[in-house]
Design a protein around this ligand. Sequence first.
Ligand SMILES: Cc1cc2nc3c(=O)[nH]c(=O)nc-3n(C[C@H](O)[C@H](O)[C@H](O)COP(=O)(O)OP(=O)(O)OC[C@H]3O[C@@H](n4cnc5c(N)ncnc54)[C@H](O)[C@@H]3O)c2cc1C
Length: 388
Amino acid sequence: MASAPVLETREHRALRAAVAALGKRYGRPYLTEVVRRGEHPEELWAEAGRLGYLGANIPEEYGGGGGGIAELSIVLEELGAAGSPLLMLVVSPAICATVITRFGTDAQRRHWLPGLASGRLRMAFAITEPDAGSNAHRITTTARRDGGDWILNGRKVFISGADIADAVLVVGRTEDARTGRLKPCLFIVERDTPGFTRQHIPMELAAPEKQFELLLEDVRLPADALVGDEDAGLLQLFAGLNPERIMTAAFAIGLARYALRRAVDYARTRQVWREPIGAHQAIAHPLAASHIEVELARLMTQKAAALYDAGDDTAAGEAANMAKYAAAEAAVRAVDRSVHTLGGNGLASEYGLAPLIAAARVARIAPVSREMILNYVSHQSLGLPKSY
Ligand SMILES: Cc1cc2nc3c(=O)[nH]c(=O)nc-3n(C[C@H](O)[C@H](O)[C@H](O)COP(=O)(O)OP(=O)(O)OC[C@H]3O[C@@H](n4cnc5c(N)ncnc54)[C@H](O)[C@@H]3O)c2cc1C
C-alpha cells in the first residue's frame, strides 16, 4: 500500500518518509487512547511542531519551513495514513496562517506566525452559521465600527478546536459606508475576549478535535483585529478556503490509506476456505479499485497544491474543489470496503475501523459538501445554468 509519489521532488519524498516515521511512533493506538481520555494529541502535536512539520507552509522568516500547501498536505496525509491525523492542521496553519501571511499586517505576522509554526499557538476558523451552512453568502455575523474599535455580533456552529485555540479567525461582514451592502471580512478574536463564548456540540465522531457553537455578543475588538483589507472581500476569504479544501483532501487520502492497509493486512491472513479471503476477487477487486481511486485523488490534490503554491488562485480553486471531491468519495468507498472486508470484525471495537465510517463522511460534507462542489463544477467548469 506504499504510495508512489511520482510527481514529487526528492525533498517531498523525504518529508513523506520522515512524517510517516513520526506517525508510526504514535499511530492509531495512541489516538484511540487520547480520544478515550477526552484529551488532545498534545505529545504528537508538540513533537510535530518541534520537527517543523506544523509550520511547513509558513515563511522561514517567521519560523516556518518556507514551503507551501504541497508540503503541509504531505504532513497531514502521512499522519493520517499512520492512523493519527491532526485535524487542526487544516485550520491553524493551512487557513489561518495562510491568510495572515498573505493579508495580515507586519505586526499580525510577527505576533501569530512564529507560534502557529511551532504549534505553541493554535487558531480555529469560523465561517459556518446555523442559517448559512452551504450558502456562505447568508452569513449574518456583523461587525460595526465604534470609534477605533469593531463590535462583533453573531453565532457560528461546528467550529473545530475552539476549546484548544488561542484565537478564532471569524468570518463576519462589515457594512459598506457608501452602498450599505455587507462585505465579508476576517477578524482575529482571541479566546478570552469578553462576550465571546462557546458551547460544545456533541458529535458521533471518535476524534480528539471537538466542534463548538460560538456566540459573539457585542464583542469589542481593537482596530488591528481585522485581517487584511476591509474592501478585498471574497478574494481574501478564498485565499484561505482553497488550502482548506486541499488539506481536507489530504486528510481523506490519509484516512483511506489507513483503512485500506488494515483491510489488506486482514484479507491476506483471514482464512475461512482453502485460501485467505484476499484471494477472492469479490474482496480483492474493491480494495484494488479503492487503491486506484486514492492514487488518482492524490494526483488531483498535488495539482491543486502546485497551482495554489504557484499563486494561481483561480486555477487552484477549481482543482482544490475537484481534489476534495475525489478524495472524499475515495475515502468513503475505501472505508466502506475495508469495514466489509473484516466481516463482523469490521464493526468490532477491537479493530477500531467502524469509527472511520463517520470520519470519512466528514470529508464528504465539510468544509464544502459534495453537492456544492458538483454545483461549482456544473456552473464554473461546464457553464451550465444555476437552479439557485
Ligand atoms: C466535523 C465537522 C467539523 C467542522 N468544522 C468546521 C470549522 O472548523 N469551521 C467552520 O466554519 N465550519 C465547520 N464545519 C461546518 C461545515 O463546513 C458545514 O457542515 C458544511 O459547510 C455544510 O453546511 P451545513 O452543515 O449547514 O449543511 P447544509 O448547508 O444545511 O446542507 C445540507 C445538505 O443539503 C445539500 N445542499 C445545500 N445546498 C444545496 C444546493 N444548492 N444544491 C444541492 N445540494 C445542496 C448539502 O450538500 C448537504 O448535503 C464542520 C462540520 C463538521 C461536520
